[in-house]
Write a protein that binds this ligand. Structure first.
Ligand SMILES: Nc1ncnc2c1ncn2[C@@H]1O[C@H](COP(=O)(O)OP(=O)(O)O)[C@@H](O)[C@H]1O
Ligand SMILES: [Mg+2]
Length: 365
C-alpha cells in the first residue's frame, strides 16, 4: 500500500503545500516536485519565497514570469520546472524603495484609505498568483503542478482570492475613488485632497496617476475576475487537487494544522497528507559517547568526566524533546490515521542544494 502522499504525487494534477510560515513549505514543495519528476511526471513547482540558496540550487536566481527547466539527477530532461511568483505588492515595493523614515511609513499606514489601497493591492497580487497557476494548469504542459503558498497569508485565503478581490473592488468604492468625469480627479484623488498630497509627496505624482488608472482598470475587470475566480476555486476544491499540510513536530503546530484541516473540510476539500517536518532524527539520540570518550583519553579522567556529563545532559534534553514530539505526532495520528502522517527529519543544516533536496524527497515516504 502506498501512502496517500505518494499516491497524490502519482495521480493529482495539483498539489497545494499549506501551513504556517517557517515550517518548510517552500522546501517541501521543491522536494515533492523533485520526487514526482523523478518518477517521470512533468512537474512544475510554483514557489513563492525560496531562500536565496535554494533558488540558486533550482537555478532561479530571479523572479521569472515564465517557468524554467531544472536539471537534476534522476529527472528525465524537461520533467522538472520551477517558477517563482512574486507576492510582494507593488505598493510595498514602492514604499520600501522610496521611503526610509519610519514616521512617514507610520503616517501612511495609519491612513484608512491607504489601508484600503494596500489591501486591494495585496488582494490583487494574491489573485495574480492563483491566476498564473490557473494559466499553467490549463496550458497542458504539465502532469502535475505543486503550489507553494505565501508565508504570511492563510493558504485558504487563496481559495477566495478572487471573491475577496471583487469585494474590495466593490463598484461603489471604485466610483468614489475614480475621477468624476474626464476633467479632474475624483473625490479621493482631487488635487489638494489629503491623501493625494500625501501620496504625491511620498511616491510622486506619476504614482498617483497610476493608481487612478489602476482603479479604472479594476472596474472593467470585476466580472472576468469573478468568473475566473469561480473556476479556480472549483479546481482547488476539486478531486484533481491534493492539499498537503506541512507542519512541525511541536504540539501547537500540530493543533494549528488540524484546525486548518477542519477548515478545509468545511469548504469541501480534504487534507491528503500531513508532513511533520524537522522531527528529531533517531540517530541524533544515539550520541556516540563511547567514541567521544576514546578521543578524550589523552585529556585525563577529570576532563573526560566533565565532557561526558555534558554530553549526557544534552542527550537527556534531546530525549525529552523527542518524547514531546512523539506525543504530538501520536495526537495527529489519532486524528487523521497513520498513513496520512509523513515524518521528515531535521536534516541538520539548511536544505539549499539539490543533494539535500534529493535526500528530503527520499524521506517523503
Ligand atoms: N527537514 C529540514 N531539515 C533542515 N532544514 C530544513 C528542513 N526543512 C526546511 N529547512 C530549512 O528551514 C528554513 C525554512 O524553510 P522554508 O521551506 O523556507 O519554510 P516556509 O516556506 O514554510 O517558510 C530554510 O532555511 C530551510 O532550508
Ligand atoms: Mg516559503
Amino acid at each position: 500500500v502506498t501512502s496517500p502522499l505518494l499516491q497524490a504525487l502519482r495521480e493529482a494534477k495539483l498539489v497545494v503545500c499549506a501551513g504556517p510560515g517557517g515550517v518548510g513549505k517552500t522546501t517541501t514543495s521543491a522536494a515533492l516536485g523533485l520526487r514526482a519528476a523523478r518518477s517521470g511526471r512533468r512537474t512544475l513547482v510554483l514557489t513563492i519565497d525560496p531562500a536565496k540558496r535554494l533558488a540558486d540550487a533550482l537555478g532561479m536566481a530571479t523572479i521569472g514570469s515564465e517557468p524554467h527547466p531544472v536539471e537534476a539527477e534522476g529527472v528525465p530532461p524537461g520533467h522538472l520546472w520551477a517558477m517563482m511568483l512574486d507576492v510582494r505588492t507593488a505598493l510595498e515595493r514602492l514604499v520600501g524603495e522610496r521611503v526610509s523614515d519610519a514616521e512617514t511609513v507610520g503616517r501612511l499606514e495609519s491612513n484608512r484609505l491607504w489601508k484600503l489601497l494596500t489591501e486591494a493591492m495585496a488582494g490583487m497580487q494574491e489573485y495574480a498568483a492563483v491566476d498564473r497557476l490557473y494559466d499553467q494548469y490549463r496550458s497542458g504542459r504539465y502532469d502535475l503542478i505543486i503550489l507553494d503558498t505565501p508565508p504570511s497569508t492563510h493558504a485558504l485565503d487563496f481559495l477566495d482570492a478572487a471573491k475577496r478581490l471583487s469585494r474590495l473592488f466593490d463598484r461603489r468604492i471604485i466610483r468614489w475613488l475614480l475621477p468624476a468625469g474626464k476633467a479632474g480627479l475624483g473625490r479621493l484623488f482631487s488635487p489638494g485632497a489629503a491623501l493625494t498630497k500625501l501620496l504625491g509627496a511620498v511616491l510622486g505624482e506619476a504614482f498617483v496617476t497610476d493608481l487612478v488608472e489602476f482603479f479604472g482598470a479594476a472596474d472593467a475587470l470585476i466580472d472576468p475576475f469573478q468568473e475566473r475566480g469561480d473556476a479556480i476555486r472549483k479546481l482547488l476544491l476539486g478531486p484533481e487537487t491534493a492539499f498537503v499540510l506541512v507542519t512541525g513536530p511541536e504540539g501547537r503546530r500540530i493543533d494549528e494544522s488540524l484546525g486548518f484541516a477542519r477548515e478545509l473540510e468545511r469548504q469541501g476539500q480534504r487534507a491528503t497528507a500531513f508532513v511533520v517536518n524537522r522531527t528529531l532524527a533517531a540517530e541524533d539520540l544515539d550520541t556516540p559517547i563511547a567514541a567521544v570518550a576514546h578521543l578524550l583519553e589523552e585529556h585525563g579522567p577529570e576532563a573526560q568526566a566533565r565532557v561526558l556529563a555534558d554530553l549526557d545532559r544534552f542527550r537527556q534534553a534531546l530525549s525529552i524533546q523527542a518524547a514531546h514530539e512523539r506525543a504530538a505526532c501520536a495526537r495527529l495520528v489519532a486524528a487523521v490515521g497513520e498513513p496520512a502522517v509523513v515524518r521528515v527529519p531535521h536534516l541538520g543544516e539548511d536544505v539549499h542544494d539539490l543533494a539535500t533536496l534529493h535526500e528530503l524527497a527520499d524521506r517523503l515516504g
